[in-house]
Design a protein around this ligand. Structure first.
Ligand SMILES: NC(=O)c1ccc[n+]([C@@H]2O[C@H](COP(=O)([O-])OP(=O)(O)OC[C@H]3O[C@@H](n4cnc5c(N)ncnc54)[C@H](OP(=O)(O)O)[C@@H]3O)[C@@H](O)[C@H]2O)c1
Length: 302
């Protein structure tokens, strides 16, 4: 009884902000399917022509959004747009190198000129080039990795995020990598860039909240073209130690992306959502079927 009285007195005395300081809670759709409905929304996906980006493009379009597909290659964008339109889905393409700072403002201007809005921005384009010894990483290579994976996403989020705030809402999704938290010797510049993406995501959530939400998806290993340079024998051994025992399929990124893009996640911002089949928890010698001896991990996808 005394406990209850105490609780009431805390509520009365606590320095809760005035109700005028608290943004209104957005209305929640009653039908669970409506939570993920993107009808009438405009989504931009960089690196949308292959792999995880293409899976997200398809998912957003099938959820009702019009999707702007961005990649360096105009013909690759056109091909995807034509395929989507032939299925009755809404899509447009824009060629742009997201590592080229000066191309990003014209890209954003063009999208707003053509479509008038952006509701969802997915900073997905990324590269993880191979190198030999660390001392052989050139300044050019280092700058490219930072440019595509970190600088470009920052600039796009800054340009689009401010316009989203003015328009009254939006969702920005940055695609990170579990390499950010499990860096290995073969992905040092990439891992550093993706760690930057994680930090940036939280900073941008503060900057654009409460109007615009900013989150990251942190994938583990997925068998996309980024995986073409992996030593698959080494990977197969390592995968035996993952809780899910395998790499991801591109389609398995879709649930996380739809959640963060849609009204299903109106109270989620500054989050880093891991989609890795549990790979971050893998350790040599763990998992069913793992050999008794410790596994050598020479390649670090993700
Ligand atoms: N696959 C994995 O295991 C894995 C794991 C962790 C994180 N990730 C992250 O997930 C994201 C997608 O990876 P993915 O595996 O789907 O890659 P992917 O299959 O290689 O596709 C990369 C996409 O990005 C585009 N792209 C590359 N450089 C670009 C640039 N400078 N400007 C604009 N577009 C560019 C490519 O199109 P063009 O060639 O036409 O430009 C393509 O559409 C990346 O950020 C990656 O770091 C992937």
């Amino acid at each position: 009884m005394q406990l209850q009285e105490h609780r009431f007195s805390i509520q009365e005395d606590s320095a809760l902000p005035n109700s005028s300081d608290i943004p209104p809670t957005p209305p929640t759709p009653r039908d669970a399917r409506e939570l993920f409905d993107l009808t009438g929304r405009l989504a931009v996906v960089t690196g949308g022509t292959r792999g995880l980006g293409l899976a997200m493009v398809r998912a957003f379009a099938s959820a009702g959004a019009e999707v702007v597909v961005v990649s360096r290659k105009a013909d690759a964008c056109d091909e995807i747009v034509a395929a989507l339109r032939s299925e009755g889905l809404k899509a447009a393409g824009c060629a742009c190198h997201v590592g080229h700072w000066e191309e990003l403002e014209p890209l954003v201007d063009r999208i707003y000129d053509d479509h008038g809005r952006v509701d969802v921005l997915v900073n997905n384009a990324g590269i993880s080039p191979l190198y030999g010894k660390l001392s052989e990483v050139t300044e050019d290579l280092f700058d490219k990795v930072i440019g595509v994976n970190l600088k470009g996403p920052f600039r796009l989020a800054a340009l689009v995020g401010e316009r989203m705030v003015s328009a009254g809402g939006g969702s920005i999704i940055n695609v990170s990598s579990t390499g950010a938290i499990r860096p290995t010797s073969d992905i040092v510049p990439y891992a550093a860039a993706k760690a930057g993406v994680n930090a940036m995501t939280i900073g941008l959530a503060h900057a654009f909240g409460p109007t615009v939400r900013v989150n990251a998806v942190m994938p583990g290993p997925f068998l996309t073209t980024i995986a073409r340079n992996w030593d698959m024998e080494v990977f197969a051994e390592r995968a035996r130690t993952f809780p899910m025992r395998r790499a991801g399929d591109s389609s398995e990124i879709v649930g996380a992306a739809l959640y963060l893009a849609s009204d299903a996640s109106t109270y989620t911002t500054g989050s880093i959502l891991i989609v890795d089949g549990g790979a971050q928890w893998s350790m040599a010698g763990t998992g069913q079927g793992a050999p008794e001896s410790q596994l050598e991990v020479n390649s670090s996808p993700g």
